[in-house]
Design a protein around this ligand. Structure first.
Ligand code: DX5
Ligand code: ZN
Length: 214
C-alpha cells in the first residue's frame, strides 16, 4: 500500500519537525492539495510552496489539482517539481480534452491521474481506462481536510478495480478523504493501492498513523 500524507493538514507551526517524521516514516508519496478558490471553496498552495517541499523531502510529489484550469496549472506545478499530476474530470466533461491533457503530462515525463468527486458517476471513467496511471476516487467532497469518509466510496473502488482487471491493467486506485486505519483497510480490501490521509496522520503520531495504513 502506498501512503501519501496530505500536507493540507500539516501543523504549519511545526512544518520541519513534522516533515522529518514523515520522511522517516513508511510514506512513499507526499500529497499536495492545490485549490484555487473556484473549483472548490478553498485556497491553498502555489508552486513556490511545492518548490520548498522539494528541498526537504525525497518523497514522490503527488499534486492534486482542484482547479478550474488544470491545463495551465499542470505545467506550473511540473515546472515547480511535481512528479505526478492529478486533475478533475468535472472541469472538462469532455473526453478528448481530458485525453489531450493526460497525453501532454506524459510527454513532460510525469505520471497522470484523473479524479472524480463523490457525486460523479463512476461510469465516466470507462472512457479513460488506458489513458491514466492513476484514478483518484474522492471519498469526501473536495475542498477541506477532516471530513467524514463517504461509505459509497468502497463500492466505487471495487467496481473500478474490476474494470481495470478485465483490461489487464494495474493502474493505481487512490482514495482521498476521511482515511484512517479502519476506512483505509476497507479501501485496501476493495482494491485501492494508494491512500491519502491528512488529519489522521498529522493530528496523531505520524509514524504510527502511517504504519497503520501500509
Ligand atoms: C480534500 C483533499 C484531501 C484532504 C484529505 O479536498 O483532496 O487530500 O486533504 O484530508 P483528510 O485525510 O483529513 O480527509
Ligand atoms: Zn487531495
Amino acid at each position: 500500500m502506498i501512503v501519501a500524507p496530505s500536507v493540507l493538514s500539516l501543523d504549519y507551526s511545526r512544518l520541519n519537525e513534522q516533515m522529518e517524521e514523515v520522511n522517516a516514516s513508511q510514506a512513499k508519496w507526499l500529497h499536495f492539495d492545490v485549490m484555487d478558490g473556484h473549483f472548490v471553496p478553498n485556497l491553498t498552495f502555489g508552486p513556490d510552496i511545492l518548490k520548498g517541499y522539494k528541498k526537504i523531502t525525497d518523497l514522490y510529489l503527488d499534486a492534486h489539482l482542484m482547479v478550474t484550469d488544470p491545463t495551465f496549472f499542470s505545467d506550473v506545478f511540473i515546472d515547480a517539481g511535481a512528479d505526478h499530476i492529478t486533475f478533475h474530470y468535472e472541469v472538462f466533461n469532455n473526453v478528448e480534452e481530458i485525453k489531450k491533457l493526460a497525453q501532454h503530462i506524459h510527454e513532460r515525463g510525469k505520471t497522470v491521474g484523473l479524479s472524480i468527486k463523490p457525486k460523479t458517476d463512476i461510469n465516466v471513467l470507462k472512457d479513460f481506462l488506458n489513458d491514466f496511471d492513476l484514478f483518484l476516487i474522492m471519498s469526501v467532497e473536495p475542498g477541506f481536510g477532516g471530513q467524514a469518509f463517504i461509505e459509497e466510496s468502497v463500492e466505487r473502488i471495487k467496481t473500478l478495480r474490476t474494470w481495470l482487471k478485465e483490461e489487464n491493467l494495474t493502474t493505481h486506485i487512490q482514495v482521498d478523504g476521511g482515511i484512517n486505519a479502519e476506512t483505509g483497510k476497507r479501501c485496501k480490501e476493495a482494491g485501492a493501492d494508494v491512500l491519502v490521509a491528512g488529519s489522521y496522520i498529522f493530528k496523531h503520531d505520524i509514524k504510527e498513523a502511517v504504519d497503520s495504513l501500509v
